[in-house]
Design a protein around this ligand. Structure first.
Ligand SMILES: [Zn+2]
Length: 403
């Protein structure tokens, strides 16, 4: 028995010793890595007339990028990052792309990028902290200070924008489930429209973004012989109360809570106005609001539908066609030309809408951020942009800005 206990004791002492040695080695390495990191920082920061960004997040080419270091110096633009040999080799590749992105952003093709390994042991082809000073010294550009200042402000501005977009991205993510419900509703309406008009000639666009000074997201645009139908779909639970003229509609839920939303009729009227600006006054433009999934819809307004049976009746009540097939197609082409194709991501659209709202709430012009001032016009008082005439934005005293 005693014999067993001593073996266990020896074994325990052995394990503890090994652990202590491992800890010492590990902490020594950590210390060395930190030292090496500082060495890199010193080499990068130790330059007169230069500007070093540390841990910078930018938004370039529709992507967020995280950059370890950007050094703007007179003899070159350097994009660098540090990594550990084990498991972080992708940083080398990533840093190459980051270097290119920074080059695109500031309009300088010859950005030097390098990733430094901060481990004690490095492979021959890896850049060591002690190499950094030499790499920077080798830079053979001569940038004017004023140009460097310009680069600096471009990067600072972009970093601010990236922070803003990231915040919006988080909001979009947190609204994800509601968005899923919204998409489901839109899909149902799309399927309904396709089956209702099956066999007839029609043009249908779904979930499009109209270009223009306010980007507007439109759920559906249907064009056929009867005219142009601008359709806003909501997939909303609860009991819905609203009217054509109310600023907001309210949804009441069984648990006693409620939520308000900007009046979809007003929202869609703005979409219709934008479409009319494109197609002119000739073709009829119908505003259609569809509310699906609600327990009840108590809205006293024309052209608000809560089921497809009502929509059937609406479409059958339109009488005789007023556009030829060719005319419908021409209007379709005209609208299609005014639609953003892939170059505005959802994030950018949401961010633009949010920013416009924030500006107006702060009494600023949503387009140029100039101050909004009350002006006296032929039809009464309105808010106008103080940068008139270079900016012609105006807003009714009571109106809201919305997508
Ligand atoms: Zn303005």
């Amino acid at each position: 028995m005693k014999y067993v206990i001593s073996i266990v004791a020896i074994f325990a002492v052995l394990v503890i010793t090994i652990l202590i040695i491992a800890l010492v080695v590990w902490s020594k390495r950590e210390k060395q890595r930190t030292e090496n990191g500082k060495l890199v920082e010193r080499a990068l920061g130790d330059k007169a007339e230069s500007r070093l960004f540390r841990g910078c997040r930018l938004y370039v080419n529709k992507k967020f990028i995280d950059i370890g270091y950007i050094l703007l110096s007179r003899n070159g633009i350097f994009v660098a990052d540090i990594y550990r040999h084990s498991g972080f080799l992708t940083i080398k590749k990533e840093n190459e792309l980051n270097g290119k992105a920074v080059g695109d952003l500031i309009g300088v093709p010859e950005v030097v990028n390098f990733a430094v390994c901060t481990d004690i042991k490095t492979e021959d082809d890896e850049i060591k902290p002690s190499d950094v000073a030499e790499i920077i010294a080798r830079g053979d550009n001569i940038f004017e200070i004023t140009r460097l200042e310009k680069f600096k402000s471009i990067i600072e501005e972009n970093a601010k924008e990236a922070e803003y977009l990231l915040q919006v991205q988080r909001e979009i993510n947190s609204r994800y489930f509601e968005n899923v419900k919204g998409r489901e509703g839109e899909k149902k309406v799309e399927n309904y429209l396709r089956s209702f008009f099956d066999g007839e000639r029609y043009f249908l666009m779904n979930d499009v973004i109209l270009s223009g000074k306010f980007s507007k997201q439109i759920d559906h645009i249907l064009i056929n012989g009867y005219g142009i139908f601008v359709i806003e779909t909501k997939n909303w639970g609860g009991q819905i109360y609203g009217s054509a003229t109310a600023e907001e509609w309210t949804r009441y839920f069984y648990n006693g809570s409620s939520r308000t939303h900007y009046n979809p009729i007003k929202q869609n009227e703005k979409h219709c106005a934008a479409i009319k600006r494109i197609v002119g006054e000739v073709p009829p433009v119908y505003s259609v609001v569809i509310v699906l999934g609600a327990d009840s819809v108590k809205v006293s307004a024309d052209n608000v539908f809560s089921d497809f049976r009502q929509l059937n009746m609406f479409f059958r009540s339109l009488g005789n066609p007023c556009l030829t097939e060719k005319e419908a197609e021409n209007y379709y082409d005209l609208i299609w030309k005014n639609i953003e194709k892939d170059n505005v991501s959802e994030l950018e659209h949401v961010a633009a809408t949010k920013r416009q709202k924030e500006r107006v709430e702060n009494g600023l012009c949503p387009i140029c951020a100039g101050k909004l001032v009350v002006k006296e016009g032929r039809y009464g008082r309105f808010y106008g942009c103080s940068n008139y005439p270079s900016c012609t934005y105006r807003k009714n005293i009571k109106d809201n800005v919305s997508s």
